[in-house]
Write a protein that binds this ligand. Structure first.
Ligand code: VGL
Ligand code: ZN
Length: 197
């Protein structure tokens, strides 16, 4: 009863053919579908941006995807337009079992991105997930999904900061790996006491 599975951003735009395709992104689906049966509580997240979101390169004159920009809360990687609210790209991949207890949508404020399922990228604006998990008595989290080095890692780091026990199942995650971001993310998670399985 005290364990939850957190399924991060298994959406069309992060799978092959999508706007921000993660290499092998769809390979996480089969293992995740199997794991769902082992957890009483399953939470899914969905990246959910308004058109013209500040994390899109297209919102910044002269910027290309994968460059960075300085926003009010710090340096932000700029992405191709992706996971626009109500678009096909924002839908869960059709092969994913979507029988979770809760779906958290994040990144819906134009001026601020949200990689983590717990806090937006300013590190202070909460999504409400912490309260949901605590009031359900959950202490241990298992994380899977996309992308290892962005939304999975940021969620895992925040979960540790909040005092949850956290493990990441790397076989059920895939990375974007931008300029060594995967290695950095793995080191950061390890340093915060995230377990890998
Ligand atoms: C993600 C980049 C932009 C992710 C979301 O799900 O890891 N990455 N938006
Ligand atoms: Zn996004």
């Amino acid at each position: 009863m005290s364990k939850a599975l957190l399924v991060i951003d298994v959406q069309n735009d992060f799978c092959p053919g999508g706007a921000l395709a993660v290499p092998g992104g769809d390979e996480v689906i089969a293992p995740i579908n199997e794991m769902m049966a082992d957890f009483e509580t399953v939470v899914l997240t969905q990246d959910w941006h308004p058109a013209g979101h500040s994390s899109f390169a297209s919102s910044h004159a002269g910027k290309q995807p994968f460059e960075t920009a300085e926003l009010d809360y710090g340096t932000q990687v700029l992405w191709p337009d992706h996971c626009v609210q109500n678009s096909d790209g924002a839908k869960f991949h059709p092969a994913l079992r979507v029988d979770g207890d809760l779906i958290i949508r994040k990144g819906f404020r134009t001026a601020i991105d949200s990689y983590s399922a717990f806090f937006e990228n300013d590190q202070v604006t909460p999504t409400g997930l912490e309260g949901y998990l605590r009031t359900r008595g959950i202490k241990e989290l298992t994380l899977v999904g996309l992308a290892t080095d962005f939304c999975v890692a940021f969620s895992a780091m925040d979960a540790r900061r909040l005092g949850f026990d956290v493990s990441v199942v790397l076989d059920a995650c895939r990375a974007i790996d931008l300029d060594g971001s995967l290695e950095t993310a793995l080191n950061n998670m390890r340093g915060r006491g995230v377990l890998f399985s």
